[in-house]
Design a protein around this ligand. Structure first.
Ligand SMILES: [Zn+2]
Length: 291
């Protein structure tokens, strides 16, 4: 298969990072800008700069730009940023790590200003965050973790970013994948491997859920009617997450819901194999079955 993951680059040369800051500076015609603004126009993630230079201001400084003066950020601005992040990730409470991945300010500012992270959260009207708490305790197996990536990928119509996994469309948080696979990139690589292994046929260990749907018309088929996660993903990926009829995709229109459809109907003897499956949007799929 000629499919390639878009992986986060590692070991980007420092000069390239600095050039990118200067490029953005020219583009927006400002000699100083916050990380948020950078991410709109720049090629790299804010985390790379923090790790490489220690802080955003250090990075700006190294690039010959002006540092941001943020000593007197009003409390309301800090609270607003918490609210913005909560909305972005769709959660009522969150860790400092999660905040720093998505927010404008450092955790240190919140601790200094409010005494503790939880104080800041409650001041903003959010629930108190409990470490290793109820939110993430359930231990998921690889199959569950992978099918969640497939589900998010399907909904977006494109490769999910770490932030997508931290949002409320995902069942599991990206940190769960990092704990299991070391890095988010590794998790993606393992996921694609998992999808490709055994994705060709729809042979699964029978379980109670699918057993219920086996009826007389299943006789004579080599495969099961229901389409497993691997096949769904592989079908959509082959079809570029676009409807085969109208070409629409959730990647460009978030309201589009994709289905996987048997080209030769199951009831006419069509098998559940990649060659007999196609991606359709819900509208075209409904139209097809009404013919
Ligand atoms: Zn369509």
């Amino acid at each position: 298969m000629d499919y390639k993951l878009k992986l986060k680059r590692v070991n980007i040369p420092t000069s390239e990072l600095l050039d990118d800051l200067r490029m953005v500076s020219k583009k927006i015609n400002k000699d100083s800008f916050p990380m948020d603004l950078y991410e709109k126009y720049g090629n790299f993630q804010r985390g790379v700069f923090k790790r490489r230079f220690g802080s955003w201001n250090n990075a700006l400084n190294e690039a010959g730009l002006k540092i941001l003066k943020r000593n007197n950020i009003p409390e309301t601005e800090l609270i607003d940023d918490l609210k913005r992040v909560a909305q972005k990730i769709g959660r009522k409470t969150f860790s400092m790590d999660l905040y720093e991945n998505n927010g404008q300010f450092s955790r240190g500012i919140y601790k200094r200003r409010f005494g503790s992270w939880n104080n800041a959260l409650s001041k903003a009207g959010f629930q108190i965050y409990k470490k290793m708490g109820t939110y993430n305790r359930m231990d998921a197996n690889d199959e569950e973790l992978f099918s969640n990536i497939a589900m998010v990928w399907e909904k977006l119509g494109k490769q999910p970013t770490q932030a997508n996994l931290d949002s409320n469309i995902s069942k599991f948080h990206s940190s769960k994948y990092k704990r299991r696979f070391g890095t988010y990139n590794n998790a993606l690589i393992a996921f694609v491997k998992w999808a490709e292994s055994g994705g060709k046929e729809n042979i699964e260990i029978p379980n109670l859920k699918t057993e219920i749907f086996i009826n007389e018309s299943d006789k004579g088929h080599k495969t099961r009617r229901d389409i497993n996660w691997r096949l769904r993903f592989l079908t959509m990926r082959r079809d570029n997450f676009k409807c085969k009829y109208c070409g629409r995709s959730p990647a460009t229109d978030p309201l589009i819901i994709l289905h996987v459809d048997h080209i030769k109907a199951w009831t006419n003897g069509g098998e559940t194999i990649l060659e007999n499956l196609q991606t359709l949007c819900s509208k075209c799929n409904t139209g097809k079955s009404n013919l």
